[in-house]
Ligand binder design. Structure first.
Ligand code: NAD
Ligand code: ISE
Length: 336
């Protein structure tokens, strides 16, 4: 069976997933494309032969579509996800699930009403070999108890549409999810520190860098440097500090060179380059789940909801600089 995909959102990541679905992934075909930018729809429909839609609801309900890919911006996700649930169609949705926890709660309730999981969320780092190896090492006990984790999330730059809040609910979402994945426990408090000095490369409305301090239920302390105008590259770091040793991510898929100029190592310039393998693996996982009818798995709406709760606390801290507690309700049976 070939899964017929309807793709919503033809921006940066939407086009990257489109290329992936056309060239890397087996068992899928993009049969419909949709965006509020009509010119982008017309151009891609022409180029790919996919049917053109300007209205997401119409595309989701079309018989041309078996499964929906949501790559629109965060505020558009909720209504598109609810429409896919109403149509009973599986949905791959880019992170964040929604920009606020209240909206994510509505999605959880709707999916529970459907009675089965229909959504895989785009927390692709869980599919990255480096993070998987880090999780295995932590779980093996070789490092002893984990005490601290140091993270850095550096982007070369961000577009003008990137808001101050997106540092938390668009960028830090990745660390919030991966901390839960690595440690198998929830975050219980958040504090956002604004260093007094801001980079001259950040737009006026941004505060960059920021440092976010998280604590988990067992007391692990995590610091996350968010520096989204670092200029030099897309640099993601994660180092777990245990009682017996440390373990850190490396950039596995790249080589280093030695020459008269010294040692050199390529620095990725975008998330698409740094996490190419992880994106390929998450998308193939979704397509295989749909094709084989084995139910949707991987990062869930619940994961998106929990991350959104932590983000809400982070946004409150971004305003007042205080430490905010996060209380996560019991996990519904559907997501256990
Ligand atoms: P973008 O601005 O480049 O593209 C978004 C597209 O969505 C635009 O073409 C816009 O016109 C379209 N759009 C907006 N509202 C719409 C609506 N109601 N209906 C149809 N189309 C609509 O943004 P992007 O960088 O591609 O990000 C898109 C989403 O993907 C965001 O949620 C972002 O957080 C996520 N993302 C995830 C990763 C990752 O690493 N997993 C990387 C980049 C972006
Ligand atoms: C973007 O939406 C992503 O998800 C990228 O992975 C992240 O690095 C970037 O900061 C976000 O804006």
């Amino acid at each position: 069976m070939t899964v017929k995909i309807g793709l919503i959102g033809l921006g940066m990541i939407g086009r990257d997933h489109l290329k992936r679905l056309q060239t890397v992934i087996s068992g899928a075909q993009v049969t419909a494309v949709c965006d509020i930018n009509h010119a982008a729809v017309d151009a891609l429909a022409n180029e790919t032969g996919a049917a053109a839609f300007y209205d997401a609801q119409e595309m989701i309900h079309s018989p041309l579509v078996d499964a929906v890919f949501i790559c629109s911006t965060g505020p558009a996700h909720k209504n598109q996800i609810l429409a896919a649930f109403a149509a009973g169609k599986p949905v791959f949705c880019e992170k964040p699930l929604t920009p606020t926890a209240d909206e994510s709660q509505e999605i959880i309730e709707a999916e529970i009403n459907v009675g089965k999981r229909l959504l895989q969320l785009g927390f692709m780092r869980r599919f990255a070999p480096g993070y998987q190896a880090l999780k295995q090492t932590i779980e093996s006990g070789a490092l002893g108890d984990i005490l601290l984790i140091h993270c850095a999330h550096r982007n070369p730059s961000v577009p003008e549409s990137y808001t101050l809040e997106m540092a938390i609910n668009d960028s830090a979402t990745h660390e919030i999810d991966i901390i839960r994945y690595l440690l198998g426990e929830n975050i219980t408090s958040v504090r956002v520190d604004r260093p007094r000095k801001k980079t001259r490369h950040a737009l006026a409305h941004l505060q960059d860098p920021l440092v976010v301090i998280f604590e988990t239920a067992s007391g692990v302390r995590i610091d996350d440097e968010l520096f989204v105008n670092c200029q030099y590259g897309y640099d993601i770091r994660c180092e777990a500090i245990g009682e017996n040793g440390i373990a850190a991510l490396t950039e596995q898929q790249f080589i280093s060179t030695r020459s008269l100029n010294g040692n050199a190592q390529h620095i990725p310039q975008s998330c698409m380059e740094r996490f190419a393998t992880a994106y390929d693996r998450e998308v193939q996982h979704f397509i295989d789940s749909v094709r084989e009818g084995r139910g949707i798995s991987g990062p869930s709406s619940w994961d998106g909801y929990v991350v959104a709760r932590v983000c809400d606390a982070g946004l409150a801290s971004l305003k007042d600089g205080g430490k905010h507690d996060v209380v996560i309700p019991a996990q519904p049976a559907l997501y256990r």
